[in-house]
Design a protein around this ligand. Structure first.
Ligand code: CDP
Ligand code: CDP
Length: 194
């Protein structure tokens, strides 16, 4: 059985950084599931058709990391048929040997509820906004408004809302550097694999 690490949390909490590092450390595959929603939103047109027609070229678009692509993603991500169209790909990805790390919003709750390791990564709103603003060269105050808007939409939607799984381990990266956050995550996985 492949080993699955499910990582969820709000925008810019550090999920992706931790997910990439865990995949490298353990030799696992990594899927940033947010890219699926960003690419679906960026295709335009009917979002359900867009999700069903996603191709590797869509996922390689360089404009997917923008704040606008994030907002568009969170709007189409509330549509149950869009989410349903993306499930099979995520399940196939998670089934790869020797293991996979998936990060997103509903990995521990909906996509891989049996994952032996579930992490829920958080950081204060201000820290998250400052980090994402630095990354995109944007204004932290405007970014704070945007991230809160997106988190609220992601948390309040009926379909696979953002929330920690009951058995998720919380990692608060507000006062952690990247290396410290990664070390904390590796320790959780090591405990589960023992
Ligand atoms: O994947 P997610 O949107 O949750 O966040 P990320 O892309 O991993 O991290 C957002 C930004 O915060 C990146 O620029 C990271 O380098 C930075 N970061 C940080 O400064 N300290 C951490 N402990 C984790 C991430
Ligand atoms: O990196 P960041 O946390 O800012 O965003 P992302 O992970 O790329 O996700 C972009 C948007 O896609 C989120 O705001 C959610 O609306 C949606 N998403 C989702 O609904 N379910 C997932 N598993 C991943 C992302």
């Amino acid at each position: 059985m492949p080993f699955v690490i499910a990582i969820d949390g709000p925008a810019a909490s550090g999920k992706g950084t931790i997910a990439r590092a865990l995949a490298r450390h353990f030799g696992f595959h990594h899927l940033d599931t947010g890219l699926l929603y960003r690419a679906t939103g960026a295709r335009g047109g009917d979002p359900v058709c867009a999700a069903r027609a996603l191709s590797p070229a869509d996922l390689a678009r360089p404009d997917l990391r923008s704040a606008e692509a994030g907002q568009a993603a969170s709007r189409i991500a509330a549509i149950p048929e869009v989410r349903a169209a993306l499930v099979a790909f995520q399940h196939r990805f998670a089934a790869q040997e020797p293991g996979a790390v998936l990060d997103g919003r509903d990995i521990g709750t909906v996509i891989c509820p049996d994952a032996p390791v579930k992490l829920y990564v958080v950081a204060s709103d201000e820290v998250r906004a400052a980090r994402r603003a630095a990354e995109l060269g944007a204004d932290p105050a405007a970014m704070l408004v945007q991230l809160r808007d997106r988190d609220r939409r992601d948390s309040e939607r009926a379909a696979a809302p953002l929330r920690p799984a009951d058995d998720a381990v919380l990692i608060d990266t507000s006062d952690m550097g990247i290396d410290e956050a990664i070390a904390a995550a590796i320790a959780v996985v090591d405990r589960a694999r023992r």
